[in-house]
Every structure is written in C-alpha cells, then in structure tokens.
Write a protein that binds this ligand. Structure first.
Ligand code: ADP
Ligand code: MG
Length: 282
C-alpha cells in the first residue's frame, strides 16, 4: 500500500550537494555544519502492506516526523520514490495531490489542530464539508464516527470544553471522516496521561482492525510501539536502523542502539492479546 524507495530529505540550502556527499559516506557533523544542512531522512526504504500497522520509533530528532510527512508529500523528498498503491505520488499535480490527501490519507498529529469555536460534530464533519457533502449526510457520518471513538452523544459540545484525551479522539474521528485507506499518526497520544494513553491505544487497535486501515504511527515510546505495532521501524539520525516485529528487535537487535532502545521494553504477549488475535483472524 505504501512504498518508500531510497527516500532522502535534506534540510538546507543546497540539498543536492549534501545528497551527493551523503551518498558517498555518512557525513559527520562538522561536514553537515559546514554545509549548513540537516539530514532529516537518509536513504529510507520501507513497504507497508494493506491493513498493516507500522510504528516509526526513535529518539527525538531521529527523523520520524519527517519520514511520515514524506508519505503524503507534506514534505518534498530530495531524492527517492514514494508510491501509494503502486502510484508514484511525486508525479501528481497539485489537484491530484489534494485529492489524495483529502480522500485516501487521514492524518492525526500530537497537537490536534481542532477548531475551538466549532462543535465536536462540526470538527469531525469538516473534511466532508470542504468536499461539499450535504449537511445531514456529513452530520450523520460524524455522529457515527463519534460512537466509534467513544464520544457518543458529545457532538454538540465545544471542542475547547473537552479533555486532551477526548480532543485526540475528535482528531481521530475527523481523520476517519473521509474513510481514508491510510492513516498517518504523529505521536497522537504522546501528550496524554499513561492511563488515558493506554485506553486510547486499546481502542485504536480495535478500530484500526475493524476498519482495516493501513497505518503508520509515530511514537518515541517503545512500550507503545511494541503494544500496538505489527512491525516496528527504528530510526536513528534520519536512517532506518532496523525493521521487524517487536520480538525480532528484542531477539536480534541490529546493533547496540537497538539493543539499548528495546532492553527495558515490555514485550506484550501479542499472540495472547485478544485484540491481536482478532486482528490476525480478520
Ligand atoms: P522526530 O520526529 O524523530 O523528532 P524530525 O523528523 O522532526 O524528528 O527531525 C529530524 C531532523 O530534521 C532534526 O534534526 C530536525 O531538527 C530536522 N528538521 C526537521 N524539520 C526541519 C526543517 N523544517 N528545517 C530544518 N531542519 C528540520
Ligand atoms: Mg516528531
């Protein structure tokens, strides 16, 4: 469903010069400083299957947000290929790109960017309103989604009156409004208290299974990644260091960075987890 092939994102004035340098060998910090460049993502290749839930994990600054934004071309890659369902998205014109983003890819951020002056229902229905869907239809759809994310009956509330956890649920419902195939989620639960985060993870896993969404989920929290992901992609300094199941990363860490990252993680008994079981059956 999603394919990245040797994708690079250089931040700086002369992307191509830095790219040429970086392709020869991993440039050290002094070189990057001299070139006034940052390698946001360096040579990342990744395929995500339909219905799969992949977590991008890594320390702050390791390139997770950059990578996830390259998938819907919120960022223009310096090099490489990005395909959605086999189609090259780098060749899309502005209109086709807007279509792709509004119909096929839903996105949820840590800061949910909801409109505080609108009701919960209107926030969820907003992507449909922009697409010109009639009021009753979009409101029915919003109410249906509010039930799915556990906000049954709260459609008339002001967003500002909700807790952080509830606001993230509204953000998720809004991302689902257009029934996209793909969900991109950038640390959606990271700012929440542990208990609330745990509840949202549980509910999100069930939802993602029921709806069959292909999901790329960013988190710096190894326990979160191990709990929810089918596969984990560990990043460091813009590079993908290892891709595999939680069990793979624990059993065969590619290097010391991976080993240190995963050594204190709780490895959930995924095979026993009723949600994971149901996912596998579905
Ligand atoms: P993460 O999400 O893993 O914390 P990011 O993808 O946000 O990491 O950032 C990766 C690297 O790219 C960091 O060094 C960051 O400072 C840099 N970076 C991100 N966005 C920009 C930008 N717009 N301009 C310059 N540097 C950036
Ligand atoms: Mg980030």
């Amino acid at each position: 469903m999603i394919e990245l092939e040797d994708v690079w994102k250089i931040f700086g004035t002369d992307e191509q010069a830095v790219l040429a340098e970086a392709r020869r060998s991993v440039p050290d910090d002094a070189v990057l400083k001299r070139l006034r460049a940052v390698i946001g993502v360096g040579g990342a290749s990744l395929s995500v299957e339909k219905g799969e839930l992949v977590c991008l994990m890594g320390l702050s600054g390791s390139g997770k947000s950059t990578l996830v934004r390259l998938i819907n071309r919120l960022l223009e890659p310096s090099a490489g290929k990005v395909r959605i369902d086999g189609g090259d998205i780098l060749s899309l014109g502005p209109r086709a790109l807007r279509e792709l983003r509004s119909r096929r890819i839903g996105m949820v951020f840590q800061s949910h960017a909801l409109l505080a002056h609108l009701s919960v229902r209107d926030n969820v229905a907003l992507p449909l309103e922009i697409r010109g869907v009639a009021r009753t239809r979009r409101e029915d759809r919003a109410d249906e989604l509010l039930v799915r994310v556990g906000l049954d009956g709260l459609g008339d509330r002001r967003v500002a009156a909700l807790s952080g956890g509830m606001q993230q649920r509204v953000g998720l419902a809004r991302a689902l409004a257009a029934d996209p195939d793909i969900l991109l989620m950038d640390e959606p639960f990271s700012a929440l208290d542990p208990l609330i985060r745990h509840d949202l993870q549980t509910q999100f896993m069930a939802l993602s299974r029921d709806l069959g969404k292909t999901t790329v989920f960013v988190t710096h929290d190894v326990d979160e990644a191990f709990r929810i992901a089918d596969r984990v992609v560990l990043m460091r300094a813009g590079r993908i260091v290892q891709t595999g199941t939680a069990a793979d990363l624990v059993a065969q860490p590619a290097d010391d960075y991976v080993r240190r990252f995963v050594q204190n993680a709780r490895l959930p008994a995924r095979a026993q987890d009723p949600i994971v079981k149901a996912r596998a059956i579905a």
